[in-house]
Design a protein. Structure first.
Length: 149
């Protein structure tokens, strides 16, 4: 079942259960998918890779908002964002562990022939494509740096 159908079904369940956090999070996901379907140059369909990109972007935005709200002493707004993060994370694929990420990056380094940190961009480009939605880019960057050091 496509993510959009799952979101619609879960949104109905959240409305019946009067789950406000669920409703907010699911509506945000639904709106982002709809926006992606209607953007210029779109075919009207959203691939699973694009869905992961959308969810990853939404998570990043909310996590940044949480940091800002916590710095400003707005625990109420930070809590709201954290609730939405929890909802969005349910629809993300499982994240890879450090050892799995390291194994993938080692293969990429071997394939690209990178030997120094000057070639980190080449490795990060390939790693970002291969690990999209499966690993946090900060974590990937740290591992690439340690392997190319």
């Amino acid at each position: 079942m496509a993510l959009e159908e799952t979101i619609n079904n879960d949104l109905k369940k959240a409305m019946l259960a009067k789950d406000q956090a669920g409703i907010r999070g699911l509506r945000a996901i639904k709106a982002a998918i709809l926006l992606a379907k209607t953007e210029k140059g779109s075919t009207g369909e959203v691939s699973s890779e694009k869905e992961i990109q959308i969810l990853t972007k939404m998570l990043k935005q909310r996590k940044e908002s949480i940091e800002v709200f916590e710095k400003q002493g707005r625990a109420d707004l930070a809590t709201t964002e954290q609730e939405e993060v929890a909802v969005i994370e349910k629809y993300m694929p499982a994240m890879m562990g450090d050892d799995e990420i390291k194994a993938v990056i080692e293969k990429i380094i071997a394939a690209t022939g990178a030997t120094s940190q000057k070639e980190m961009g080449k490795v990060m480009g390939a790693a970002s494509k291969e690990l999209a939605g499966k690993a946090d880019n900060k974590k990937v960057s740290e591992i690439v740096k340690s392997l190319l050091a």
